[in-house]
Ligand binder design. Structure first.
Ligand SMILES: [Zn+2]
Length: 536
């Protein structure tokens, strides 16, 4: 892919180009080759030729996660959004498209033409959504798509101002997920050396720390929770990370309180001037978006995520009415693929809510003219099954706990567990909050503080707060041993099996029996002895 003026075109120009690409993409690729969208448009009597602008897209019904998720009785549903140029569909193409193809066949021969078609349309790389309640949905990339992914990665590293002299330590868990592979392709495309550790479960946390210190890693990519865990360990072991100048956080949101805690730890390991960048991405969106380096260094405000107008169209809609909203208005992010092959999506509802919506003005930090998405995104898609869980008879969004607790200065680690009283499915819901307090923190004070905070912000107080030592809670969370941390555990009937999901092996049940709680209680007493700060 040629290097373009990707980041300095005026918004008027890239929006016009975007429209042209969309019109052609819909007519020549999506409608003819995607069985799902062909059927959807036909059913709604929408001719692709009526869509001439981005605004005209409003007539296309939204696509939701449920529309493209596989069902046990129909596992092939996700294939229906994949572009499939069958010979008969190709015969129906416009004359100009057919002529172009005939010319290509004449000049490169049958074999050459077929391999070019395979390169463009044959899926060669899969990512999966993190499905726990539903079956995971695959998103497919062709070789053509992987070139685009490389280009996107190159841009991300350019936004972060990384150089060939850098060394990236990729600590995202090794899995068919976006974060790990985005880092892999970015490093490859940008020509920046990288050690892809696979995370704590593959290389081991100790070795990752060694790599950062001894190989003098300059860039760390990880989930915010894991980066926090690594830095906390490094600080306690007195390690020297003075080479580290950039942290790229992905896979989860980075609440401002957690960013503060990470910055404090960076100071303790000699990396006080490191930039801590937030990124945003979701499997269906195929790439990730990031703030620029100057924004990541700023402690006050953020540029928001720089988007790629040649790769996607983002709309912000009212989450209740679905009505398209204007620049700067908060709402739900709706995503449309542009010029991708493999899996395509039109007007995909992410379920993610963004404060401040889209901004088309040049970035106040780097001056790039790319559209930008507000930094503050409520990631409902990460823990979709926990969104609006009925708890003690009230609807509660469990995702709201994450910024409150991860960002709390007196909380080192936490885990939330929902269970039925006496494990009786007809009895009341109980909410156990497992917490490791910061050093020297009064347990009694923290208990009261958290009860009040959660009651005030989420209107649900935990049934009980259980205190743990850090190693004990880390073990429960599986930060070193699981591909994905176990931040929430739902032990109510039916929930445990659903939790087992894609990469976990039904462990929540076995690790959460009464014995576990009993052990915890023993520990609590030990802890009480050390707790000398209860004077208030
Ligand atoms: Zn910028």
């Amino acid at each position: 892919m040629p290097k373009t003026l990707w980041d300095h075109l005026p918004s008027k120009q890239y929006l016009a180009a975007q429209e042209q690409h969309l019109v052609r993409y819909l007519r020549e690729l999506v409608y003819p080759y995607s069985p799902y969208y062909r059927e959807l448009l036909d059913y709604n009597r929408i001719k692709p030729s009526v869509i001439k602008t981005v605004k005209d897209m409003s007539c296309i019904p939204f696509t939701t996660k449920a529309d493209i998720a596989p069902l046990p009785e129909d596992p092939d549903i996700p294939m229906s959004i994949v572009l499939q140029p069958t010979p008969e569909r190709m015969k129906e193409s416009k004359l100009s498209v057919r002529m172009k193809r005939r010319y290509a066949r004449l000049t490169s021969g049958k074999k050459g033409f077929n391999s070019a078609m395979d390169m463009e349309f044959l899926p060669v790389h899969y990512h999966f959504t993190i499905g726990r309640t539903a079956l995971p949905t695959p998103i497919l990339y062709t070789q053509y798509d992987l070139q685009r992914m490389r280009e996107c990665g190159r841009r991300l590293f350019e936004l972060m101002e990384l150089k060939r002299e850098d060394l990236v330590i990729n600590a995202f868990p090794f899995a068919p997920h976006l974060a790990f592979w985005m880092t892999y392709f970015a490093a490859e495309a940008a020509g920046v050396p990288a050690l892809h550790t696979g995370g704590g479960r593959i290389l081991g946390t100790h070795r990752i720390l060694e790599a950062l210190e001894r190989l003098k890693g300059t860039v760390l990519t990880a989930t915010p929770s894991y980066a926090y865990h690594l830095l906390r360990l490094a600080a306690s072991e007195g390690r020297d990370f003075s080479s580290l100048h950039t942290l790229i956080m992905g896979g989860d949101r980075l609440p401002s309180g957690l960013k503060d805690k990470i910055l404090e730890l960076l100071g303790k390991v000699g990396a006080e001037n490191a930039a801590v960048a937030s990124t945003y991405g979701f499997t269906e969106g195929r790439v990730a978006w990031s703030e620029c380096r100057q924004s990541a260094l700023s402690k006050e405000k953020s540029s928001g995520y720089h988007l790629f107008p040649d790769m996607e169209i983002m709309e912000i809609v009212d989450p209740d009415t679905g009505k398209r909203l204007g620049e700067g208005e908060s709402g739900e992010i709706v995503y449309t693929t542009l010029e991708w092959r493999g899996s395509v999506l039109l007007r995909f509802r992410t379920g993610d809510l963004v404060e401040g919506g889209l901004d088309f003005s040049p970035c106040p930090f780097c001056g790039r003219s790319l559209p930008r998405l507000g930094l503050d995104i409520t990631r409902t898609s990460e823990y979709k099954e926990f969104e609006l869980t009925k708890l003690k008879g009230t609807l509660v969004d469990l995702n709201a706990f994450y910024p409150l607790l991860s960002g709390h200065k007196d909380v080192l680690e936490w885990q939330l567990e929902i269970r039925k009283h006496n494990d009786d499915p007809f009895d009341l819901d109980e909410l156990y909050l497992h917490v490791t307090p910061a050093e020297g923190m009064s347990k009694r004070y923290l208990e009261k503080e958290l009860q009040e905070l959660l009651q005030r912000e989420i209107e649900v107080a935990p049934t009980r707060i259980v205190f743990h030592s850090l190693p004990r809670l880390l073990q429960r969370l599986g930060l070193d041993t699981k591909g994905r941390e176990r931040r929430f555990i739902d032990l109510r009937e039916g929930a445990a099996e659903a939790m087992a999901g894609f990469e976990e092996e039904a462990e929540p049940q076995e690790s959460m029996d009464f014995e576990d709680v009993a052990e915890t209680e023993d520990y609590e007493e030990d802890f009480a002895d050390d707790d000398l700060s209860d004077e208030d």
